[in-house]
Each structure stands twice: as C-alpha cells, then as structure tokens.
Ligand binder design. Structure first.
Ligand code: GLA
Length: 384
C-alpha cells in the first residue's frame, strides 16, 4: 500500500512520536511550516562564510547551502515514520569545494555536456570552458554549482522556501550575455519540494538549468540503488558517443535496457551489455519524455525503494530527463553520515532540455534572448 504524506504524519502524531521522530515541523506544517533557519556551515579559503538554511514543511526537511544552492540534506520518513537523509552530500564545505561530483547542486548555465565546449548562435561562434575531456560539462570549470548565491527566505500561505539569486556576468565560462538567474525552492504543506527556475539575459545565449541531487531512498550511505524501482514515461532516449555527447538520434527504448515505461528495478537490466551502457558504465542518458514541453509540470518518473517504502515522483514542464546511475562514484568519497559512496550508491534524475542541444537543430531549442524570461519548474513529491 502506498501511503500519502498526510496519512503518515497523522499516524505518527496519533502514536505520540511527533516530537521525537518527526520534529516540531510536523506540528507546524498544518499552519504553514517552519520558518527557514540559517546557521554557519563553514568558510571558503578566502574567508567567505558559507551558510546552511534548514526548512521543514509537510514532513519534509530540507537543508540548503548558499554555496551552489546545494541540497546538503533532504529527510523524509519511511512507512514506519522513520526519517532518513535520502540525498548524498558532505558534512563540511572543504569536501564540497575540493571534490564534489555536483552533490545536490544547482547546475548552470548548461546542464550536461556541450561538445568541445563550442556552439554557434546567430552566426557567432563561442568557446566555453572545457572540463570533461574535450567537452564542457555542467557549465564548465566554475559553473553555478561553485558560486555563492544570495539567499532570501520566505513563507507564503502554507509554503516555506528560499529564493536563490546568482548573476553570471557576460562571458563567464565563455557564455554570452549577463544572465540573471533566480531559483526558488519551495516546501509545500504536503511536503513536496518544488523548484522554479527563472533567468533573463541581455544578449542572446543558451541556458539549461537543473538540479543534481543524488537520490538513495534507503538513506545516503546505505548501499546500492540497484533494487530501487523506476519508471520513466519516455519511448525514446538520446544515444551518445563514447564522450557521452548525443549522436542526434532519438532512439526507441522498446526492446532495450532503456525501456522504463513499465516499472522495473534499476539493477534488472543494468548489466545487459548494450553498447550504450558499456560506454557510459551504466545509465547516463537523456530520456525524451513522451509529453514533450508542457505549460505546467506533468508527472514523468517514479522512483521507489521497496525496503523502506519511500517513493519519489517527479513532475516537470521540461522535455528531457537525465537518468544517471551514479557510475562515477568509486569509493573515494565519504559522505554526510560517515559512509563511503561506491558505484551505484545513488542516482540522479535531472529534468532538463537535451544535452548538447545548441549543436543539434532537431533538439528543442535552449536559446534565450533579451526580453524573454526563461521559466521552468520541477516538483518532487514524496510518499511511503
Ligand atoms: C551528469 C552526467 C554524468 C556525470 C555526472 C556528474 O549526470 O551526465 O556523466 O558527469 O553528471 O558526475
């Protein structure tokens, strides 16, 4: 049986465990959640202070850094009301600066890869910062994940949240135009985590913002996600070359390990030997969502951990979903709870436009022009 969040909170409250297991936020959720609280998390080498914001609503607890807009922790209950942090991260800023593989971070200006870091727009060629072999990945050497964002807390009706602002100057990482980005993290009274992205530019540019949370619904540091069950509403995906750059083809998933239209465990076909999996060391591809671009977020994927019963449903207005099965985690990073992360200990589900779209006229456009506002939204709904 799948319980919704309200059932669990009501049940836990009835059992008298609200104060210890769920924290005070559960009691306040009905009246609009708990006001975000700020504390010092650490300092960058130049002395800049890094803060951590904690917020809670509807039974979901979120911890966010002003560095990279990083989700440093996200706690949700299992079917017995036991909380776990289901997002990989570190307990200190030095590890984030030195070695994070984008744990929990906001990604910009461009989620995923741009081939050779090059593209042409309105007849002009641009060279971006290259940081993944020959290619530009997640915005280049110092993407949006490696900057301090201005954070402004809010409570609005029954919602609590944070507005995060970052202005990327003209030419930063090679991208044209000054890009003013605003990202809003909202926790709703039902415990949903919603992300609203906005951006404007003063010159024609390309933009593709996303969030890089590494999910393990059993709890970070508890081992593999291969037994998690996943469904993705996509009949096609974008195959890549050996550098993980899309070839341009929109290939059918039917009859391949990439078919997640019916729920299956991630481990079921991950070793099927398909050439696309061999070169990516697992799943690291963009699924072409059947619904395409939509005016409002629509449900596109469900992830479930059968052991804890925790579920995550993703709704987005975006046309693509990058499913990355944590292939590059290699046992060299020790996370928030003191456990080492190994290959496949988490997965990412990044809602986005397609990788390398600026070099593929057949992909939905990522061009943003002066006078336009880039706006996209993704909603994460948790259950158990
Ligand atoms: C994305 C990419 C992966 C990898 C991770 C970060 O999901 O598609 O290839 O670079 O980010 O390690």
């Amino acid at each position: 049986m799948e319980l919704n969040r309200r059932t669990v909170i009501a049940g836990a409250a009835a059992a008298g465990i609200a104060a210890t297991t769920l924290g005070t936020g559960s009691a306040e959720a009905a009246s609009g959640g708990r006001k975000p609280v700020k504390e010092l998390f650490g300092k960058l080498a130049d002395g800049t202070k890094v803060y951590r914001w904690s917020l809670e609503n509807g039974g979901t607890r979120l911890r966010v850094l002003n560095w990279g807009g990083v989700v440093q922790g996200l706690e949700i209950p299992d079917r017995k009301g036991h909380y776990a942090n289901v997002s990989l991260g570190f307990d200190n800023i030095d590890d984030y600066v030195a070695k994070t593989p984008y744990f929990g971070a906001l990604i910009g200006r461009y989620g995923n890869r741009i081939a050779k870091g090059q593209f042409t727009l309105d007849g002009k060629s641009y060279q971006l910062s290259v940081n993944d072999g020959d290619n530009s990945l997640h915005g280049g050497k110092q993407g949006f994940d490696k900057h301090i964002w201005d954070v402004e807390p809010f409570t609005k009706g029954s919602d609590v949240g944070l507005h995060l602002h970052y202005t990327s100057v003209d030419g930063e990482m090679g991208y044209p135009g000054t890009l003013r980005a605003k990202v809003t993290y909202t926790l709703t009274k039902h415990g949903d985590w919603r992300i609203d992205y906005e951006a404007t530019t003063d010159k024609a540019t390309v933009v593709n913002l996303t969030s890089h949370v590494y999910w393990n619904l059993g709890g970070e540091g508890t081992g593999t996600i291969e037994d998690h069950e996943l469904s993705i509403a996509a009949g096609r995906y974008t195959p890549t070359d050996s550098g993980l750059i899309p070839t341009g083809e929109l290939a059918k998933v039917a009859g391949t390990p990439f078919d997640f239209r019916k729920t299956k465990s991630i481990g079921r076909d991950i070793r099927a030997g398909h050439v696309q999996q061999v070169q990516a060391k697992g799943y690291d591809h963009n699924w072409v969502l059947d619904k395409g671009i939509t005016a409002k977020p629509e449900h596109v994927a469900t992830l479930r951990d059968p052991r804890s019963g925790r579920t995550l449903k993703i709704a987005t207005d975006q046309p693509g979903l990058q499913f990355y099965s944590g292939n590059f985690l290699d046992g060299t990073l020790t996370g928030t709870g003191g456990h080492t992360y190994r290959q496949g200990d988490a997965l990412c589900l990044e809602t986005q436009h397609f990788p390398d779209a600026p070099n593929h006229p057949n992909f939905p456009s990522t061009v943003l022009r002066p006078g336009q506002t880039y706006r996209t939204s993704t909603i994460h709904t948790f259950g158990c």
